[in-house]
Write a protein that binds this ligand. Structure first.
Ligand SMILES: [Zn+2]
Length: 297
């Protein structure tokens, strides 16, 4: 084997230092460039800051084909077999192509900063009047998903509020994993942030039922929660899509995308820090705090 001059230098240095008993540690890159690894920076973390959950709308063979042979991919694919299998399709240190034009709380294009899990699932089937009947997730599949999510989150120290569905980070054209995904179970298990307190939501709902906030209020609250949303002040299609995705996660019994007092109450409880008992939100002063600048973390 012919060594590159740098490789020879690296080898010579490593040998000399080994003999000398010095604390300096020399290795080489895979390309043979000599590297001293005796200092490590404290200021570092994983590149994976988000976990994004999807469903495939395809059976296992088609899902495997699409995710391995086409221009889309995910780090993991969870099958719908019994028992389910978990395939790793992309190394966690590399980018998988699953999140498209995504964003959350000032972060954009999350493929670079996320781990993606695809779940083999049919999505919805058409019912009467073209109504969408979203299919349930088998318990066995969710039981297989939860340890995988826990493992990824623990290793990469992903914050609970950064475990998201594809529809949340790309609301304009996605809604997976849909309204049947058990977000509340993940919250109850402590994997995702605590579920909005039912009593607080009921209190706020009674207040909002007397005066429903306008589109600008909803847009500000949805943006503060994390969504990428244009503050148009109008009940436009982009707002309906974001509302629908919010409702699919927090109020899956009705995900029309239309504003109502319960949705306002859920948003209020999720975005206003701490309960303010007895303080009614004013119509003139929106109860949602100004959207903070991205923290940069
Ligand atoms: Zn997706």
């Amino acid at each position: 084997m012919r060594l590159h001059p740098w490789q020879r230098l690296g080898l010579a240095l490593a040998t000399a230092l080994l003999i000398g008993g010095c604390a300096t540690r020399v290795t080489t890159t895979e390309g043979g460039v000599p590297i001293d690894t005796s200092h490590t920076a404290q200021g570092q973390d994983s590149r994976a800051m988000f976990l994004v959950i999807h469903y495939t709308v395809a059976d296992l063979p088609l899902s495997l084909h699409i995710l391995t042979k086409q221009q889309v991919s995910a780090h993991y694919l969870l099958s719908d077999e019994s028992p389910p299998r978990i395939f790793r399709l992309v190394d966690e240190n590399r980018r998988a192509w699953h999140s498209g034009l995504s964003g959350w709380k000032g972060h954009r294009l999350l493929n670079a900063s996320s781990i993606g899990i695809e779940i083999v699932h049919p999505g919805f089937k058409p019912g009467f009047d073209k109504q969408r009947i979203y299919q349930p997730f088998p318990k066995e599949q969710i039981d297989a998903l939860i340890p995988l999510v826990k493992d990824i989150v623990q290793r990469h120290q992903i914050k609970p509020e950064r475990i998201l569905g594809h529809g949340e980070v790309t609301p304009s054209y996605k809604e997976d994993p849909g309204p049947t995904f058990p977000w509340k179970l993940l919250a109850d298990l402590g994997i995702t942030p605590p579920w909005p307190d039912a009593q607080l939501v009921a209190q706020q709902q009674a207040i909002f039922a007397t005066a429903l906030p306008d589109a600008a209020w909803f847009q500000a609250a949805l943006a503060q929660h994390g969504y990428v949303i244009e503050r148009s002040g109008l009940w436009d299609e982009q707002t309906r899509r974001v509302m629908m995705n919010f409702q699919m996660r927090y109020r899956p019994a009705n995900y029309s995308g239309q504003p109502d007092a319960e949705t306002a109450a859920l948003l209020h409880v999720l975005t206003v820090p701490g309960p303010i008992p007895g303080v009614a939100p004013s119509a003139a002063l929106p109860p949602v705090l100004p959207v903070p600048l991205p923290s940069g973390d």
